[in-house]
Design a binder for this molecule. Structure first.
Ligand SMILES: [Zn+2]
Length: 275
């Protein structure tokens, strides 16, 4: 699943391509939306909200999309590339102006809703790490809402705070030297505040780059994510991978078993009486 900063970059690309321009192409290959037609309308703006993308139109409606695991939006000039993409069976949306065409491929969600009803789609999200509503105190309070849950699962839950995927979760826990399998209620409150502040700083800082960067160096952008078996950059121990989260939403996380303190994956059997 794309991380919050990647969704933010996608929304910015769509905004630059579509905002303030009349829609001349509108083709949604999505069940009941197939009959919709917004040609002639103007896109006001395209904004990210957590991992959701909201394209607001001047008729009071919003095209909402979510990339889920494999979705992506590409922006291409009208012409050859656009025509080649039209035949792609995985394309779910083609929205364009005279200047550019946005192609949504393998999208996980697509809805057309009154802009006033956007809260029905994104109102469940916690404070957005990259949004104007970012509120670290509320994010920490949300994380503590289910103290028996692992820190990793809590950070990945978009209703606590919005924008963290498995990559940022692994990198942040590594940098804060805490195990993602630690019950969130056992993490020191100050440490949780530091984790939230780190998350905000890293995602915001990453917007200056073309891809997510936690190290400050785009040529070697990440410390541990995707580096299973390679030496930990801090202590040299091979980086491990293990699952985190409830069975239905289990995800894999990279971690250093030596220098991230707290529970190990084996410790995370359910504890009776703790939610
Ligand atoms: Zn280490």
């Amino acid at each position: 699943m794309p991380e919050g900063d990647a969704v933010w970059r996608t929304a910015r690309r769509l905004h630059e391509a579509l905002a303030d321009r009349e829609i001349s192409l509108w083709e949604l290959r999505w069940a009941e939306l197939g009959a919709s037609d917004r040609r002639g309308r103007t896109t006001i703006e395209v904004v990210p909200r957590g991992k959701h993308i909201l394209q607001r139109l001047d008729d009071g409606w919003t095209l909402h999309s979510h990339l889920r695991m494999e979705g992506r939006w590409a922006v291409v000039p009208p012409g050859g590339l656009y025509h080649r993409n039209r035949a792609d069976p995985f394309v779910r949306a083609l929205v364009g102006s005279a200047a550019a065409v946005a192609i949504g491929r393998r999208l996980g969600m697509l809805d057309l809703v009154p802009t006033a009803c956007e809260p029905d789609l994104v109102g469940h999200l916690g404070p957005d790490l990259l949004g104007p509503d970012w509120d670290a105190d509320r994010a920490v309070a949300n994380l503590l809402g289910r103290p028996g849950r692992s820190l990793g699962a809590a950070l990945l839950d978009q209703t606590n705070l919005a924008g963290i995927g498995t990559m940022w979760c692994a990198e942040i826990c590594f940098l804060e030297r805490v195990s993602p399998w630690m019950p969130v209620g056992e993490v020191d409150a100050g440490a949780l505040g530091a984790i939230a502040a780190r998350a905000h700083r890293l995602l915001a800082g990453s917007l200056a780059h073309r891809e997510s960067v936690s190290t400050g160096n785009p040529r070697r952008p990440l410390f541990i994510h995707g580096r299973a078996g390679r030496p930990c950059p801090r202590c040299g121990t091979p980086i491990s991978v293990a699952e985190v989260g409830e069975p239905q939403v289990r995800r894999t996380l990279h971690h250093c078993p030596r220098c991230q303190q707290g529970a190990t994956p084996e410790d995370r059997a359910p504890r009776p009486g703790i939610r």
